[in-house]
Design a protein around this ligand. Sequence first.
Ligand SMILES: [Zn+2]
Length: 207
Amino acid sequence: MNYEIRPVLCGAYQENAYLLLPEGRGDMVVIDPGDDDPALARAVEASGRALGAILLTHGHFDHMLGAVKLMEETGVKAYIHPNDVELLCNPEINAYDSFCATRPNPERFDAEALGDSVAICGMNFRVLHTPGHTKGSVCFYDEENGILFSGDTLFHAGFGRIDMYGGSAKGMRASMRALFALPGDTRVYSGHGPATTIATERGRYYL
Ligand SMILES: [Zn+2]
């Protein structure tokens, strides 16, 4: 299944929300809705499509706050790794920043647990558990099309912070090793910053 990837910059931390628009269908998926930026609402509306699901790479506020409103408005479900469920409603551990967040931290967030794979709106992803940034960080890997959504695990010329709640240098090293075993031409769409490839990033590190 081919699909268009539409990045939308959201919030003070410039998180990348991604709209995935599968060809020949009327629905779509959002990966990491960001910090409730109106830009996301505009992009969702402009797509003219029905939202099928929300996928979360991890539970930090700048990636998931926008999910709350989308879930209320559309009734769709959000999926997250079980290890990051504890972050969703706890601003003490989800990096919530009251100075720049556009809405209060959710008091209730009924997320579904991600398994090893996701089949949604005609698209298929393997869910790669990549702890290190948080305990429940995941990357969504589309093997057929050679596409990886890496959240805050792997960036263009960098990787996610390991000094926050649940962070682990050991975990990050193992996760990066696992990602660098993917085909070099895999395109990587990160939670912040520009897209890159596995070959470009693995050339930077000695792990
Ligand atoms: Zn994060």
